[in-house]
Design a protein around this ligand. Structure first.
Ligand SMILES: [Mg+2]
Length: 111
């Protein structure tokens, strides 16, 4: 998870917004960039595979990068590290998956 923290340190050097807008500014930016990701995907659906620009994957990756930047900025404003957030989320999601699997096994196991 140190790569996340390294990225966060790098991103913080380019975070330029007034101190009084800490937390709010990156939270709004995160929502905006997530919308840009969704809009790119929407256009793929609308235009179909024949009209996809050659750079569609890179275009979406760029927007995901913008989302990541705002995640890093928001985490910094909250005095959190991306590495810790990623680790906690991994525990949460893997735990949920394991829980669902265990419940499925219990439902489908004849005793
Ligand atoms: Mg963007």
């Amino acid at each position: 998870m140190s790569d996340f923290n390294s990225y966060q340190r790098s991103a913080s050097k380019t975070a330029i917004y007034p101190d009084e807008h800490r937390i709010l500014y990156p939270a709004l930016g995160l929502a905006g960039e997530a919308g840009e990701v969704a809009n790119k995907v929407k256009k793929l659906v609308r235009d179909g595979p024949d009209k996809r620009p050659d750079t569609w994957r890179e275009d979406i990756a760029s927007e995901i990068g913008d989302v990541l930047w705002y995640c890093a900025a928001l985490a910094t404003d909250l005095n959190l590290t991306l590495g810790m957030i990623a680790a906690q989320n991994e525990i949460k999601t893997v735990g949920k998956k394991r829980g669902r699997y265990n419940r499925w096994v219990r439902r489908h196991t004849i005793v």
